[in-house]
Design a protein around this ligand. Structure first.
Ligand code: ZN
Length: 432
């Protein structure tokens, strides 16, 4: 593994900004964040934090610092460097790669090391049944088809040797042909359980693409870390399009919904909703599908997510970015809006987009939170995203691994003269 922080990064102190640390804790209203050698070295209110004399001081009054945003679910296959650059310049300092061929994995890792690129933590090929989803897509290399617990163990060993950052499983019995839906084989319960056991032994967590409640129960029994997409509450033999045609697009048509959501909460499972892309899949596969029906499906997904959130469920941000027209690489605003519609406060949306997204990428100990020892990834935005998330549209500074990557270094306002001696805290002044 070569995800090393850049030890030559300069020492930077952001002074005067509000600080949202990513944990869901209330913000520091006027804070200081010190970054040193590619890591966060101190965070606290102005007056309580020692600013190293060599630090470059960036005044950020009226602005808010928060961890770099993490889009935990993407499929970047083309123009990798340009896409990762677009993500990082829009404040997304890390992306999760949730399924790609083995040849692409090192390219994603390497491209993500560039200073001017979002870094990537990726699954490599998704484990599935022979002939299962997503094997029919592209050249088929993004799927690893297996059918026994022994093969499951060998597959996880192979992925670990490839250097994956987490394991992705596909429990998808539909082929996503919305016109003539076909069935696909899925791994059995014993296989899913073996995958999770072996992955855990390798220190890897498992994220599962889960379609329908039968697959959900299997995933929960096995102990997956996250359930990807909002397909999990569906009855075994229908998709949302069929539910619409049956006239039963309602939470009442979703089997044992509240009981299952309660079990997910109890298990501490993360849901990565990817609602925008789910709807885009239907729109692309069935262009004649009525807009009001699509809206009804959207509302049902949001209703399920709302119940999950109300029950105490954990959510992590992920867009399922695939390079579709209308879904630019960058801040996953559309998914954030769905989280808001499901009742998450801006503070909780930011936690889903930083700490929780880091956790599902297997990086819960190093990323997603502004705290001493964490990697120095952060963004500074104008205004207060906790009163209005649109502040995320006003990014002033992006820092990755302690380096200012956006805007250009010479465009960042700097205050070089620091009125402190070593070990002396910067004085607290009233805001203008
Ligand atoms: Zn995906």
């Amino acid at each position: 593994m070569t995800h090393e922080a850049n030890s030559s990064a300069e020492t930077v102190a952001l002074v005067g900004c509000a600080v949202v640390d990513g944990t869901g804790a209330p913000p520091i209203t006027r804070g200081v964040v010190v970054l040193r050698a590619g890591h966060v070295s101190a965070v606290g209110p102005v007056g309580s934090v020692h600013i190293p004399p060599a630090a470059r001081v960036l005044r950020c009054d009226g602005q808010t610092a928060l961890p770099g945003i993490i889009d935990s679910h993407t499929h970047i296959e083309h123009d990798v460097a340009a896409v990762l650059r677009a993500f990082v310049h829009d404040g997304v300092t890390t992306v999760g790669g949730t399924g790609c061929g083995p040849a692409l994995l090192p390219l994603l890792h390497d491209a993500g090391q560039a200073p001017d690129a979002a870094r990537v933590f990726a699954a490599g090929p998704a484990i599935t049944a022979p002939g299962g989803y997503p094997g029919g897509r592209g050249d088929g290399s993004a799927a690893l088809g297996i059918e026994s617990p022994a093969e499951a163990e060998a597959a996880v060993d192979k992925l670990a040797a490839l250097g994956v950052d987490f394991v992705k499983v596909a429990q998808e019995p539909f082929d996503f042909d919305f016109r003539n839906p076909g069935r696909l084989p899925v791994p059995g319960p014993d296989v899913i359980a073996a995958i999770v056991r072996r992955a855990t032994a390798h220190g890897l967590l498992v994220r599962s693409h889960v379609h329908n409640v039968t697959q959900l129960d299997i995933a929960l029994d096995a102990g997956v870390t996250s359930v990807e997409h909002m397909l999990f509450p569906l009855p075994p033999d229908v998709g949302y399009v069929e539910l619409y045609r049956e006239g039963s697009l309602s939470t009442d048509a979703l089997p044992g919904l509240r009981k299952r959501l309660a079990r997910m909460v109890e298990r501490g499972v993360y849901v990565v909703p990817t609602i925008g892309n789910e709807l885009a899949n239907i729109r692309a596969g069935l262009p004649e599908f009525p807009a009001n029906a699509l809206r009804a499906i959207e509302q049902l997904m949001v209703a399920v997510l709302t119940l999950y959130v109300e029950a105490g469920g954990r959510v992590a941000l992920g867009s399922d970015w695939v390079g579709r027209p209308g879904f630019p690489a960058g801040m996953p605003r559309r998914e954030m809006r769905y989280l808001a519609e499901a009742g998450l406060s801006p503070l909780r949306i930011l936690r889903a987009s930083t700490r929780n997204a880091a956790i599902v990428c297997g990086q819960g100990a190093t990323l997603g939170v502004l705290a001493p020892g964490r990697r120095a990834d952060l963004i500074v935005v104008d205004g207060d995203p906790l009163s209005d998330l649109a502040a995320l549209d006003r990014i002033r500074i992006v820092v990755k691994d302690g380096r200012v990557v956006a805007p250009a270094e010479d465009a960042v306002p700097t205050e070089d003269a620091v009125p402190t001696e070593p070990g002396h805290p910067i004085p607290t002044e009233p805001s203008p």
